[in-house]
Design a protein around this ligand. Structure first.
Ligand code: ADP
Length: 301
């Protein structure tokens, strides 16, 4: 197969591993930086130009689109879809999962458990918003945040009101969430490929930190997940339409709650914590499932 890895940096761990495993299995693998692609949208014969080349005859595209280039990256991916290339994750599914509100709404529709979440656009009824999620303590999240930045625990009502008013005053989009105390500063990352959770790790926040992000000093270890957690992760990935996804769960007293579904889950943390060849499993899944024009939307979504 001829495989394109849509990634801005060939030296990133995840990109390197996908290339390595693809090449090991006899495939031709090329890393494409989406920001260097230009496209002719108007023609009935869609094309992608890349530096001096025209990209043609790719069987598969593996999108690894960073949050900061979602808009252009998904446009390039859509162009591949319009040329019949099989996308490991479709552009529409990636766009859904990148929108925190839209993805929570989709999960709710499928009956997936999640922390009680409220959002509002105007600060005129902050007490009502807090009441809706069960009152303090609450977690307040900036919608644009990643890696735990812009995720704040407000322990009291007055703290929560001040933080919400401050964020809203800055015209930042936020959501307010019930604080799942019993998660104990840990979350579970389930790595989903197709309809299976193929690896899972527990991330524990540093001492005194409620956020478990590895970038915030958290540590990762292998974990056994329950059948309910497995089912929840698979349903969450499916409801986004993602074939490869990292589903983050909190362990709560009422069962697993989904926090986020990530469409470009990192490979370094999960491969190191579990000792599994996750990149190889992605390539295996591609070999079994890829076919030209096999997308739900053909770039039309
Ligand atoms: P980001 O997408 O920036 O990583 P998250 O929403 O995943 O932000 O939050 C970062 C971390 O904060 C999570 O991994 C989790 O450990 C903790 N956390 C987030 N929301 C809650 C919550 N409602 N209750 C308890 N802990 C939470």
């Amino acid at each position: 197969m001829k495989i394109a890895v849509l990634s801005r940096n060939r030296h990133l761990y995840s990109t390197r591993r996908l290339v390595e495993e693809g090449v090991n299995r006899g495939h031709e693998v090329k890393v494409i930086d989406c920001l260097h692609c230009s496209m002719n949208i108007t023609s009935a014969n869609p094309r992608i130009h890349y530096h001096e080349d025209v990209l043609e005859n790719f069987d598969v595209v593996i999108p690894r689109i960073g949050a900061s280039v979602t808009f252009y990256g998904t446009a390039v991916l859509r162009q591949f879809e319009m040329m019949g290339t099989f996308p490991v994750n479709e552009s529409v599914a990636i766009t859904r999962s990148r929108d925190k509100l839209r993805s929570l709404q989709l999960l709710a529709r499928k009956g997936v458990g999640m922390p009680i979440t409220g959002f509002a656009n105007k600060p005129d009824n902050v007490p009502e918003l807090l009441k809706m999620v069960g009152g303090a303590p609450v977690v307040i999240k900036l919608l644009q945040g990643t890696q735990g930045i812009g995720v704040v625990l407000a322990e009291t009502r007055t703290a929560a009101e001040s933080v919400i008013e401050a964020f809203m005053g800055l015209k930042a989009d936020i959501l307010v969430q019930e604080f799942i105390k019993e998660a104990g500063g840990a979350d579970i990352r389930c790595f989903v490929i197709g309809d299976k959770v193929i690896a899972a790790m527990k991330r524990q926040g540093a001492e005194g930190e409620f956020r478990s992000n590895l970038h915030r000093g958290g540590s990762a270890s292998l974990v056994r997940i329950t059948p309910e957690e497995r089912k929840t992760a698979i349903t969450a990935a499916k409801s986004m339409g993602l074939n490869v996804a990292g589903v983050d769960l909190l362990r709560s007293s009422r069962g697993p709650l989904v926090m986020e579904v990530n469409s470009s889950p990192g490979l370094e943390g999960i491969e190191n914590a579990t000792g599994k060849n996750v990149a190889g499993m992605i390539v295996n899944w591609i070999e079994k499932n890829q076919a030209p024009w096999r997308t739900k939307t053909k770039g039309r979504g």
